[in-house]
Design a protein around this ligand. Structure first.
Ligand code: CDP
Ligand code: MG
Length: 715
């Protein structure tokens, strides 16, 4: 067995070399090399390269932390798989993993991020023409296929974390299967070969057939080389992938795992946030050295636990205050995400508050204690009502095992499951693939844009529910993205497919263009795409309400969000006039704090805003503003989100018109007390009640006028 330190020598040793920066640099490089060589995957480097050379599709299964994601692409690069300018593309289900791993690999290779090693995720592209190892999200590669159906710049595509079975991974596998076949036959043969087209329902050569001269010009000199496909997974069950790729070869990389002592509670916990907090302090005060990893369900929960820890820390004896809280979740700015990998200052214990990204996608060094409340936030889809709420559910057994495994990577560890042992045996064996429990509208839109007309005939690794497909097609039809013949409509469907947003939001931008309020809608959609921008510590709830009142609009949350964004923008621009951009950003963060705004979320929304603004401009849409005409703005909201309308009932609750569901306005909404007659909303939160968030007041009569395809019968 390796010693604890050897596996992570570069993390645990803080290098402070008296011989100056150059020596520091050399020491760092040596530490990195030592770390790389100590990874379990290092001993099979040659064998893996052989396997990739001999197999067009290879499945690699390996324990989390064995070095698959960071090392394999480097082996491939040095093994000659980028000759002739080919790029190695590695897909990740999670943005955080794509970014942090790319940074790490750039460092391991000693190159600047964005040059040889880069990443691309939605709203953030750090690649260049010289990038040869490109980490990206699975969704992003699917989008790339819209522009380059053969994915011709890639010589190898690695679908990583395939066990996560995100809907994008599943669809990507189907697409790659066809692309690989097509490419192995060369594009010229492909022009005449329509059997491939039929096989997976994909009309990759559609252009060739329809405009043979055009495509010949387009592809002239583009000699498509065969594509290597590698599927990587942390779960031992490789069979499903192997079967899907006609009995493809699967290899296992031996991992290392130390024993983990699993502890359960005696009773079920009524408040797992509180139980988590108690457990963190119990470990910190009573257990030996080692960092703590806590699995939580989302940004809000993480930030509230972070605050609670900070509040309690000063009450501890001085010698016990050395606890460093580090959050990690998807929308955290990337420079902050890297913090989880850094060693804590001497004498400090790190407590990492993570979402389930730390289960398998991101391996954090130094963890000895894992706290697992047993919960995870998932998006679900109820095909009968078309409702797609985010709900907090129990993890699967496989997830619980992955989580406890994180405690035993570098030495024996402990995992605290905050539920009784008998509950563990009642958990589902594994998580249902996302494709079986999500709204497929987005995927269908993309498949249609790729030329897959027969969605029901697409070769999915696991078939989605037919009802869900039909419901999602109906939704696209109601949004005007599909024609009566189920083709992508022109221009709306094509425009929607080009936007990297949920179809409802893409449609809102297209509609806003017609209502002359695209400028406003771009801001609203950007803000709706991030987790809440409000930040109110429990003890300052009243104060925050008073402060925020100056922004609130009686017409609803959308216009309130717009006011906040504009006020922050104005503040930033003014600050830029008198100071450097960095200073202005700093001032903005202070402004956010004073106004109870979450500056991280706001920054994220600003980034999204600039990208989607670029997108619509590239599409030739004109970004105009409706000025102070808030009525026009609300009419536009009604025309966009008509599917989420609700009417007040005599008892003061609401009835959602499309689903018939009884809902209430969430207490965080500016309309919570006003209770207007008719509302539209953007989010449904299911706790013990059905709450709607991001609500605006509309006139009931606008619905049949603006969305006759859906409401004409109500007249
Ligand atoms: O993909 P797999 O789970 O097999 O492992 P990996 O992500 O390649 O991680 C291999 C090693 O690199 C682990 O020891 C991680 O802690 C380390 N690593 C790191 O130090 N910084 C990163 N940003 C990513 C990984
Ligand atoms: Mg990995």
């Amino acid at each position: 067995m390796p010693s604890m330190a050897s596996n992570n020598a570069d993390h645990t040793a803080k290098i402070n070399n008296p011989n100056g920066p150059k020596a520091d640099f050399m020491a760092r490089r040596q530490a990195i090399e030592k770390h790389r060589k100590a990874l379990p995957i290092a001993v099979v480097e040659k064998r893996l390269l052989e396997e990739v050379r001999n197999n067009d599709v290879l499945i690699i299964v390996g324990e989390t932390g064995s070095g698959k994601t960071t090392q394999l692409p480097q082996y491939l690069f040095y093994g000659g798989f980028c000759r002739n300018g080919g790029v190695i593309g590695i897909t990740q289900p999670r943005r955080v993993a794509a970014v942090t791993v790319a940074k790490r690999v750039a460092e391991e290779c000693g190159v600047t991020l964005g040059q040889k090693v880069g990443y691309a995720i939605r709203f953030d592209d750090a690649t260049s023409a010289s990038t040869r190892i490109k980490y990206m999200t699975d969704g992003l590669l699917l989008r790339e296929a819209l522009l380059d159906p053969y994915l011709s710049k890639y010589s190898v595509i690695v679908v990583d974390e395939a066990h996560e079975r995100t809907v994008h991974t599943d669809v990507l596998l189907g697409l790659l299967k066809t692309v690989q076949k097509t490419r192995s036959q060369g594009v010229n043969k492909n022009v005449h070969n329509r059997t491939i087209e039929a096989e997976n329902g994909i009309q990759l050569e559609k252009e060739n057939v329809v405009e043979s001269t055009g495509i010949m010009k387009h592809n002239q000199g583009k000699n498509l080389s065969p594509l290597k496909l590698i599927i990587m997974s942390a779960s031992l069950d490789a069979k499903i992938f192997s079967d899907y790729f006609g009995g493809a070869r699967a290899v296992h990389v031996q991992g290392r795992q130390y024993p983990v002592d699993v502890l359960y509670t005696h009773q079920p916990e009524t408040d797992y946030v509180d139980a988590t907090l108690i457990t963190i302090f119990q470990i910190h005060l009573e257990e030996g050295p080692g960092d703590i990893l806590v699995f939580l369900t989302g940004q809000e929960e993480i930030e509230s636990i972070e605050r609670l820890i900070q509040e309690r820390l000063p009450k501890l004896p001085e010698s016990k205050c050395k606890l460093l809280v580090i959050p990690i979740f998807a929308s955290l700015p990337s420079e902050k995400q890297m913090k989880v990998f850094m060693p804590p200052p001497s004498g400090f214990r790190k407590v990492i508050l993570a979402t389930n990204i730390a289960e398998t996608s991101v391996t954090i060094p130094g963890i000895r204690y894992v706290i697992d409340p047993g919960m995870v936030k998932v998006r679900t889809y109820d095909a009968s009502t078309g409702i797609e709420p985010l709900i907090i559910v129990k993890t699967s057994k496989a997830q619980a095992l992955q989580r406890s495994g994180r405690a035993g990577r570098e030495g024996p560890g402990k995992c605290y499951r905050l539920y009784p042992e008998n509950e563990f045996y009642k958990l589902k064996a594994s998580t249902t693939p996302e494709i079986k429990r999500c709204n497929l509208a987005n995927v269908i839109l993309q498949l249609k844009a790729l030329g897959v007309d027969d969605i029901l005939g697409f070769d999915f690794i696991e078939e989605p529910d037919r009802m869900a497909i039909i419901k999602s097609m109906e939704l696209l039809f109601l949004l005007g993205a599909l024609t009566d013949g189920s083709k992508l409509s022109d221009p709306v469907g094509h425009q929607m497919a080009r936007l990297p947003l949920d179809p409802i939001y893409s449609k809102a931008l297209v509609v806003a263009n017609q209502f002359n309020c695209l400028e406003e809608m771009l801001i609203i959609v950007a803000l709706l795409s991030v987790e809440s921008i409000y930040y109110a510590p429990r003890e300052k709830l009243e104060e925050s309400r008073t402060v925020l009142r100056s922004f609130s609009s009686l017409e609803g949350d959308h216009l309130t969000l717009l006011k906040i964004y504009r006020a922050s923008d104005e503040f930033l621009e003014k600050s830029k006039l008198v100071g450097s951009p960095d200073k202005a950003e700093k001032k903005l963060r202070k402004w956010c704090k004073q106004n109870f705004i979450n500056s991280r979320s706001l920054k994220h929304a600003r980034d999204i805003h600039s990208q989607i603004r670029r997108n619509v401009e590239q599409m030739g849409l004109c970004v105009t503003s409706c000025g102070d005409d808030t009525l026009q703005m609300r009419r536009c909201l009604a025309a966009s989100f008509f599917l989420n309308a609700a009417l007040k009932q005599p008892d003061g609750t609401y009835r959602a018109l499309s689903s018939g569901l009884a809902v209430q306005i969430h207490p965080s909404s500016v309309l919570f007390r006003m209770k207007p007659e008719c509302i539209i909303f953007n989010e449904l939160v299911r706790t013990n009640q059905n709450y709607v968030r991001n609500v605006s007041t509309i006139d009931y009569l606008w619905l049949p006028e603006l969305a006759p395809q859906f409401y004409a019968l109500l007249e």
